[in-house]
Design a protein around this ligand. Sequence first.
Ligand SMILES: Cc1ncc(COP(=O)(O)O)c(C=O)c1O
Length: 373
Amino acid sequence: MSIANKLARKELIDMVPYQSARRLFASGGATQGKVWLNANEASGTGSYQVNSDSINRYPDFQPQKLINAYSQYSEIAPENLLATRGADEGIELIIRTFCQAYQDSIIICPPTYGMYAISAENHGADIIKVPLTSTMSLDLTGLKAQVGQAKVVFLCSPGNPTGNLLAQQDIKAALELFAETAIVVVDEAYIEFSPAQTVANWLEHYPHLVILRTLSKAFALAGLRCGFTLANTDVITMLSKVIAPYPISTPVADIASEALANPGLEHMRTRVNETDTLRTQLATWLNAQQWCSEVFNSDANFVLFRCKSTELKDFIFNGLVEQGILIRDQSKQQNLANCLRISIGSESELSLLQQTIINSFTTTTAQTLAQEN
Ligand SMILES: Cc1ncc(COP(=O)(O)O)c(C=O)c1O
């Protein structure tokens, strides 16, 4: 037995880390030669100025110009913001701050974003599942039955991998249910695709509401690793005790601040409009395919769809992988049998994807497969 295996926490020995899009198709760092439609990233990049004048100094704990820029953009006061290394770090901090290891639990509503469970498992927090209903809405009766059983409730709106928004009255009902017993996190990683639906303006009414945001999606900065936690000052103070002393590096603060001011914001809004158009076109195309049984409504930068059989799902997924086009298989998630998720890349990437699928169905085996189902 290796020294690492001998000394590590027991539960880590068999734990499977988050199968991120990059890990699943590790390519030695190179993204060339592949079409990446599996991580809900944006397709284009921006061009940014980085100043190395003060790179010999540690950055501020929370770089002021970044916090001010996000405050202006989000209309949330600076004291209600915490900048983190992506929204993922926000998830981890919330669990580490509010859950006593091997004692407390979190609630998740699958199908949902995988990192809530991974971060909980990593910390030794238990996971209570209250699945979404068949219409991908919150199961308020199921949530009510768990009041008092968990310290943190994770809601995701728009949801990943489903893409739909949760009804605001349901989020409000969940906030009322857990008012005395749990932090309610609303993950708004994709909120730029339906900004009017944010619940950030509810923060002053609900001291236990926490909102997660990121620059990885609509801002096209997934490689930067920059996210924000929005919460009341008492919550921010607690999280600040747990976060690393210098979470945001100087180049990250520079680039993110630039993206959050014009013309960066205008570029983001243009990107969102283009993404919305391409998503509608892709959903219409998917709906017309013989092998597709369901296309889920999406208010985000991806589309989830269901294939008529497992054979068809594997045929499409593997056929795309063979041509270097990577999408995400979501079929192991609760109630998502035979479902695949496509991120909205560029127009040419999506055309290539459609053409590749069409071409694969011209072979006799594929046509037989499609007719059988
Ligand atoms: C719902 C949701 N929350 C959080 C994240 C993590 O975002 P970040 O890149 O800011 O860590 C993702 C990334 O895919 C996501 O889909």
